[in-house]
Design a protein around this ligand. Structure first.
Ligand code: EPU
Length: 337
């Protein structure tokens, strides 16, 4: 066990926040992970995956365990499908590209999402009409208390919109070590109904789209709207899109007849938080080094040296203004620590 002291976590979180870990260890095998968990010297631990969905607001006075398990294994296949078991520390986007190279379909719409494979189920990552749960078979996770490995199948994960059991009952109790996916080998079910993808494919003159063409379109859309964390620190969407009832929506429409929205059910309407934040006047605004992205108001950014507390302060300011302007509560999507 190579445990280091006083390590900056700046390279380990996509917001680029400079907080310190009192103790830090990177584990690249399940055996060393169990060894670390069994050590009585560090009973308080903090699990770090790709660091892409968190805002760190203070130093961590615990043992930070960086999950760095690697490997992709074909565990089953036939003419139509392949089943892949992927270690938690694999970078999500590199895995998507690997699948496209192998002509495995199902996750092309999830191209360029930051983070690692092992953290993808926690918030059921989603984009352009596809969610992780659509291709998910199961995941293995080590129970931190018992150190036993447990298997979570689709229903056990209780997936919802940017949500799973790992954000609720099982929060902080497990370390996901691998995820198993079922992908198509032929007759790929392309999901191009999301307006922006269709438009991009038309613009590129693609008549018979392939998974590679869809991935390229998604990459191009994301690059035009979403900042690259390597260039400008961010954590993707900072807030979830709120769901309001019909009565609240009718009220919103009185002032904003053209408010964008998606009808989910008879009495459930989702309103894009990006639109609420932009309409409340925050798009492109900057307070010191904490800011709101100029192309997508749902994304908060670190222009350089913002602290986690400054980003969190900005998030609070936005929440209060959105509440005041529209009477709608917006909730953080990232984990704030
Ligand atoms: N909008 C604005 N102003 C903005 C941003 C958006 O008016 O600054 C409006 C757009 O005009 C559009 C609507 O809001 O009518 C929706 O915008 P967009 O298509 O960009 O999607 P989103 O709802 O803002 C969600 C996900 C993204 C995902 C996209 C595409 C959440 C919290 N976010 O954003 O996920 O890439 O859809 O599927 O659901 C992430 O989770 O990190 C993420 C980037």
């Amino acid at each position: 066990m190579n445990i280091q002291q006083d390590i900056s976590l700046k390279p380990y979180n996509t917001f680029g926040i400079d907080v310190k870990a009192a103790h830090f260890v990177s584990v690249s095998s399940e055996a060393s992970l169990i060894e670390v968990l069994s050590s009585e010297e560090f009973p308080d631990r903090f699990i770090l995956g790709g660091g892409s969905n968190m805002l760190l607001t203070k130093d961590i006075d615990k043992l930070v365990i960086h999950v760095n398990l690697k490997g992709i294994t074909v565990i089953d296949e036939n003419d139509d499908y392949v089943t892949l078991k992927v270690s938690a520390g694999e970078n999500w986007h590199q895995f998507v590209l690997w699948c496209i190279d192998h002509n495995y379909g199902g996750i092309e719409n999830l191209s360029l999402i930051p983070g690692n494979v092992g953290t993808a189920p926690i918030q059921n990552i989603g984009a352009y009409g596809v969610e992780l749960k659509d291709v998910f078979v199961n995941c293995e996770a080590i129970n931190i208390e018992s150190k036993n490995k447990e298997l979570f199948d689709l229903s056990a994960c209780e997936f919802g919109y940017r949500d799973s059991i790992f954000k609720r009952k099982a929060k902080g109790k497990y370390i996901i070590t691998s995820v198993t996916f079922r992908l198509t080998k032929k007759d790929h079910k392309l999901n191009i109904s999301y307006g922006a993808i269709e438009a991009k494919l038309n613009e590129q003159g693609v008549n018979e789209p392939t998974i590679k063409a869809v991935s390229d379109a998604v990459i191009s859309i994301r690059q035009s709207k979403l900042p690259d964390p390597a260039v400008l620190g961010n954590s993707g969407s900072f807030f979830k899109n709120p769901v309001i009832d019909k009565q609240a929506f009718e009220k919103l429409k009185e002032t904003y007849p053209k408010a964008p929205h998606y009808v989910l059910g008879e009495n459930e309407i989702k309103v894009p938080a990006g639109w609420l934040i932009e309409t409340a006047g925050f798009k492109g605004k900057r307070y010191g080094d904490a800011g709101v992205h100029k192309n997508q108001a749902l994304v908060l950014v670190n222009h350089g040296d913002a602290s986690g507390a400054e980003i969190w302060q900005l998030a609070q300011r936005i929440r209060q203004k959105v509440k005041k302007c529209f009477g709608i509560d917006i909730e953080a999507e990232v984990n704030v620590l």
